[in-house]
Design a protein around this ligand. Structure first.
Ligand code: PEP
Length: 267
């Protein structure tokens, strides 16, 4: 069943590949692969956002087939923040999307919901559309706290976010335990389609606690967690999912093109 909103497929390359040359090769082969599908209406059906390491942004060849995204940002525009990149800089480098609150940022770099809220609000002040990641970890899952965790993450991330900004928002549900470690083996187990649909409904419901449903309907909800060419079929038909966030499988055309094709076909 085709989704109501335009599909969004996000490639999170994390800290890969090792060289700009290799990144160029991936971009070229993806472009070639998509062109070989011969779908003239591709751009009108899918927003395909590539999120390479920020050092490569602005250096990779542009193609109308792609949007660019950044994996992390600072909320201030400029200043003494060594090692950081601002949303304005991302905007200037051609980014249309920013991943905010990825579980690796939360877990490995101590990002709190308060910091994520600052980043989200900063994104809404630019032309960059935020992709807010939420999701429970294994322990929380075991304790049946998924909905409590997601409600808390959303409530805090969306504090003081104006209703006018909401249509620009994408929420990525990424159960932490389902994300691969990119060692070549994808995660233990991806989430079941029923679970994902249930969580999408939950996210929508939580949003309507803060905003009118006319507006929350415009928020895209995507899923991420070891999506690959072997399991995409089980996720593609999930109603209320507007796309996917893909890590490991987005680094090779062999793995990513079948996912792109499937998302195109259902769009
Ligand atoms: C991610 O990092 O957001 C992700 C979904 O990764 P993977 O697809 O490798 O699990």
């Amino acid at each position: 069943m085709a989704p109501i909103k335009k599909s969004l497929l996000v490639a999170n390359w994390k800290m890969n590949p090792l060289t700009l040359k290799e990144a160029e090769r991936i971009v070229r082969s993806l472009e070639h692969g998509i062109k070989s599908l011969g779908k003239k209406d591709f751009i009108s059906k899918i927003d395909l956002a590539l999120c390479p390491p920020s050092l490569y942004l602005g250096k990779l060849e542009n193609s109308p087939l792609f949007r660019w995204g950044i994996q992390n940002v600072h909320w201030e525009t400029r200043g003494p923040f060594t090692g950081e990149v601002s949303l304005k800089m991302a905007e200037d480098a051609g980014c249309r999307y920013a991943i905010i609150g990825h579980s690796e940022r939360r877990r490995l770099f101590g990002e709190t919901d308060a910091v994520i809220n600052l980043k989200l609000r900063a994104a809404f002040a630019t032309a960059v559309s935020p992709i807010l990641c939420v999701g429970e970890n294994k322990e929380e899952r075991k304790k049946d706290q998924t909905s409590v965790v997601i409600r808390k993450q959303l409530a805090q991330a969306l504090q003081k976010v104006s209703v006018l900004s909401l249509p620009k928002l994408t929420i990525a549900y990424e159960p932490v335990w389902a994300i691969s470690d990119m060692s070549g083996i994808t995660s233990t187990r991806a989430d079941s389609p029923d679970d994902i649909m249930g969580i999408s409904i939950l996210i929508k419901k939580i949003l309507t606690e803060f905003y009118h449903s006319d507006v929350t309907e415009k928020v895209r909800i995507i899923y991420g967690g070891s999506v690959n060419q072997k399991n995409i079929d089980q996720f593609i038909e999930v109603k209320m999912v507007d796309g996917f966030l893909v890590g490991g499988a987005s680094l090779t055309v062999f793995d990513f093109l079948p996912i792109i094709r499937k998302v195109y076909e259902r769009s």
